[in-house]
Design a protein around this ligand. Structure first.
Ligand SMILES: [Zn+2]
Length: 155
């Protein structure tokens, strides 16, 4: 249910947000402040709705997007000129923090597939599917003290 809410809120913004990443990759000082502001307020409204008192600032959200390097944090697919979403790594509904550290840029596919799954379960399944891990997968598994199912061969 929480995920459906995110998708509902973010979908109308997709056409515009998909342009943000394109802009920032070449003109990051021109990142659209109005769009960022709207996006930030949307994220904060969702947190407020489920009783979380912390708020993100526009520079927080901008920082998460810039730090993505233009790829999905989960699967590392390029998001250049593609729609993307911001995902709470540990869902707010599972007491995840509403902070930049708990946010990641995600492709819509990963965000949809992760949905209400436990982040470690999703990370495990994704590493097997990809045949590799990503820094975020390792970070999430490490947070929960889990060894990745997929291990790179030595040779
Ligand atoms: Zn992805």
């Amino acid at each position: 249910m929480a995920m459906a809410l995110v998708v509902t809120i973010i979908m109308p913004m997709m056409l515009k947000t998909m342009m943000i990443l394109d802009k920032l990759m070449r003109y990051d000082d021109l990142l659209d402040k109005t769009e960022l502001n709207t996006y930030t307020r949307t994220l904060n409204a969702r947190a407020k709705q489920i009783g979380i008192p912390t708020r993100l600032s526009m520079p927080d959200v901008r920082g998460v997007i810039l730090e993505s390097g233009g790829v999905c944090g989960w699967c590392a697919v390029s998001l250049l000129r593609q729609p993307f979403e911001l995902d709470h790594i540990i869902p707010l509904a599972d007491k995840g923090a509403h902070t930049p550290q708990n946010l990641v840029v995600a492709c819509p596919d990963c965000n949809r597939r992760k949905s209400s799954q436990h982040p470690a379960k999703f990370a495990q399944a994704l590493s097997v599917q990809l045949g590799q891990t990503t820094p975020l997968i390792l970070r999430v598994l490490s947070h929960y003290g889990i060894t990745p199912l997929f291990q790179k061969p030595l040779l």
